[in-house]
Design a protein around this ligand. Sequence first.
Ligand code: GDP
Ligand code: MN
Length: 377
Amino acid sequence: MNLLEYEAKEIAKKYHIPVPPGVLIEEPGQVQQAIDELGLPVVLKAQVPVAGRGKAGGVKLARDPDEAYEIAEELFEKEIKGYPVYSILVEKAANIQRELYLSFTLDRANRRVVMLASGEGGMEIEELAKEKPEAIIKLPIEPEIGLKAHEVREVGKKIGLSGNCLRSFEQIAKSMYKIFMDYDADLVESNPLAITDQGMMALDFRMIIDDNAIFRHPEFEAARERELRGAEKIAAKRGFFYVELDGDIGIIGNGAGLTMATMDVVNYYGGRPANFLDIGGGARRERVKEAVKVLLENPRVKVIFVNIFGGITLASEVALGIVAALQESPVKKPIVARVVGTAEEEGRKILQEAGIPLFESMDEAAKEAVRLAKEVA
Ligand code: GDP
Ligand code: MN
């Protein structure tokens, strides 16, 4: 589960990581009060649970109250990377001298927590890794020993730090590692971790909590509820009939009857549906793509089962939609498809070429979805 930036920053503060002073607002009318408290200029940051908001127009600098009000109005109207904006973090703008990158994440292949650091922050790490992998320094952490201060300092030196900056870097790295362990995180990231005229500061702070560990952190229940309700709201906005349930198999069908029957079959074979999603009749590829994306983005969904009986809905359009969603979404999940009826041959060919398991029988498809969900869990 993704925490929102302001939630992650609350945790950062508890662990003595410097962050800019900020005020959370839920409507444009509150922006003046935030400015009174913080002073100008301010940065307005849309609170959506994804990175790369800056590029998507979700982070904006305002020099005066009118500009701030206009930006707030505009952000609350917008969707940032598909997410509606329910709150904005208004922060005192910092004077940035240098942007660094620092994160802790799991290196699954090596079964270690790894610290990643770079002197070239600001850019998304995936891009940096592609364009300039040598600029990212990796420090694997021995689980029994933890983070070693001298190793952190070496990394700091390699990214060009010395003196006070190096000392701040060491302190912040220690705190971030502690947060990573204490909160069962999958990711704790500051990008940029900035050198400013007020010292080193986490201008951006991001946390992803391991979904399997949420039961150990009852304080996140509200955030999780919000994330799930978010899925319903997003689906409703995109015009689907969508109901959130508490299982882990994502269901897409056409027509309420078939969609409910699909849920029943999944239940019958011992699986638990994560939702009800009816794409309606005659859906074209764009609509199918959006539906699949809703489930790809839903953190609870482990496997997606698409069950379409094509009458006015063309199987080929459904297939193209599924493939497009998988190509566009950064999140990948196993998909099981049963697509029969009009344009079946064409649809089957498209899905086969994309390597998506296809079934003619609803029972066989359901069994496979249940098996995959157990395997993923
Ligand atoms: P992200 O795009 O979702 O990762 O959002 P960030 O919080 O990282 O903001 C994007 C970019 O906005 C950063 O890389 C900074 O360059 C810039 N930015 C954020 N906060 C400030 C600030 O206080 N002052 C200035 N000058 N730039 C900022
Ligand atoms: Mn960032």
